[in-house]
Design a protein around this ligand. Structure first.
Ligand SMILES: [Zn+2]
Length: 248
């Protein structure tokens, strides 16, 4: 079964790279599915929201999420982790079918990794801190180590996240590795391209350019998704939508 629950608003599923891989289950929740993270809402409510979302897209609510801290720790998970409390990490990888990795985000990048040869998957949470701490490199390293993944086989889908149109962070301007991701007119509200930074880190690890898909749906712009930066301005609730990834 292939399920890609319409994640990207008006964008067609036809241009999503994961649609070519029938062993994957990939979905992105929207604001209408409500808050998906224990960080930004009461536990019972989040569990109910996740349950409802699972029902809506026709899967068991076998979600495994982590306590995301903008770090670079990668957790290898299995069935044994179902129902346990969240461990601290910012990436999850698994070779087990029918469990669903879940990352909550609202501007940060949720980066989905699929290794079709070994039928294994990974899901990383990456804002500027995670990118700076090389969460992408760590995720790929762990997939190599545990599943013998060859980065040249990896297929990547990047969920809605904040674009350079609405993301700025001048505190990074003095860091050499970030210099090239600033536009000339950058300030604290625009001009820093996390999408390009993520892409460069992926290709540096050996993922082919053609295997990386990012529809570049900006969470600040697209009101189907929670956006931390937008919520700071508009006083909308500061909640998280979910990216989920599973393998059959
Ligand atoms: Zn934008």
């Amino acid at each position: 079964m292939l399920l890609i629950y319409n994640p990207f608003g008006s964008f067609s599923q036809d241009i999503m790279i994961f649609k070519n891989f029938s062993n994957l289950i990939y979905a992105v929740s929207t604001i209408s599915d409500a808050n998906m993270s224990f960080k930004t809402g009461p536990k019972e409510e989040v569990l109910a929201n996740r349950q409802r979302f699972a029902q809506k897209i026709g899967i068991e609510p076998n979600f495994i999420s982590v306590h995301q801290v903008h770090g670079n720790k990668v957790l290898v998970v299995s069935n044994n982790d179902l129902g346990k409390s969240e461990k601290e990490a910012d990436a999850i990888i698994t070779k087990e079918p029918n469990i669903f990795l879940l990352i909550g985000s609202a501007d940060c990048l949720a980066i989905s990794f699929s290794d079709p040869k070994n039928k294994t998957i990974g899901l990383s949470h990456a804002g500027w801190r995670g990118l700076d701490k090389k969460i992408i490199k760590q995720t790929i390293f762990k997939m190599k180590q545990h599943f013998k993944t060859d980065p040249r086989d990896l297929i990547i889908e990047i969920s809605p996240s904040i674009g350079p149109c609405h993301y700025g962070n001048l505190s990074l301007k003095n860091k050499k590795s970030w210099e090239k991701y600033f536009s000339k007119d950058a300030d604290n509200s625009k001009g820093l391209d996390l999408w390009q930074a993520a892409k460069d880190q992926l290709t540096k690890e050996g993922v082919p350019d053609k295997n990386i898909a990012n529809l570049k749906v900006c969470t600040f712009d697209n009101k189907n998704y929670f956006s931390n930066r937008r919520s700071n301005l508009t006083k909308e609730p500061d909640s998280r939508f979910a990216t989920i990834l599973g393998v059959k």
